[in-house]
Design a protein around this ligand. Sequence first.
Ligand SMILES: C[S@@+](CC[C@H](N)C(=O)[O-])C[C@H]1O[C@@H](n2cnc3c(N)ncnc32)[C@H](O)[C@@H]1O
Length: 201
Amino acid sequence: MMGHPDPTSEQDPVVRSVAAYSNEPQAYADHYAHHLLDRPHRFAASLPAAARILDLGCGPGRDLRIFAALGHRPIGLELNLDFVELARHQGDVVVGDIRAVSTLFPPASFDGVWAQASLVHLSTDETAQALADLHALLVPGGHCYACVSVTGATGWLDEPDGRRWYTVWPDESFLDAVRAAGFEITDITRGPYIEVWATKV
Ligand SMILES: C[S@@+](CC[C@H](N)C(=O)[O-])C[C@H]1O[C@@H](n2cnc3c(N)ncnc32)[C@H](O)[C@@H]1O
């Protein structure tokens, strides 16, 4: 069933997918060091000065550094400890699971939530819950960016550095999930991924 891996064939797909980033963490950081840099700059420009930004699944910390350099106050959330070690050279990072984000920060803690390719390993149900949690973590008028896969098939993917589960969102289904969480979508960037720019109304 779409978005619902068989729990009898694999143990927690999210944990297994996140662990795969430990095979070549520095190579991953180097490979994506210059990836889509216009996006975090655009997001940063949309926020008030010294905004509190949650960088969800911050990876090695590329965007933490950008947000801080632009005068904001980012904090990363990351489950992979090798990425946590790298990201802490760029800023503050909390170790934790996106699926428990509502337990990690009080409501209305952030002006912005940045989820660059970090919801891709969650099931559709887990993502729907995460979006609702992120909505609660934002102040009214706060901004959210989220990017997920819309091409390929939901399931396990064998990549050069490991095996990961990807949930693919067909048609407009991710937009529906973002709206159902309470957001107003302000812009959409379409490509192999769908990038959603949204506001807490
Ligand atoms: C495709 S990488 C993107 C990393 C970074 N945001 C970037 O754009 O380069 C996905 C990141 O999300 C993290 N991640 C995925 N699921 C997570 C979860 N449930 N809790 C915390 N981090 C998670 C992974 O460990 C990884 O760092």
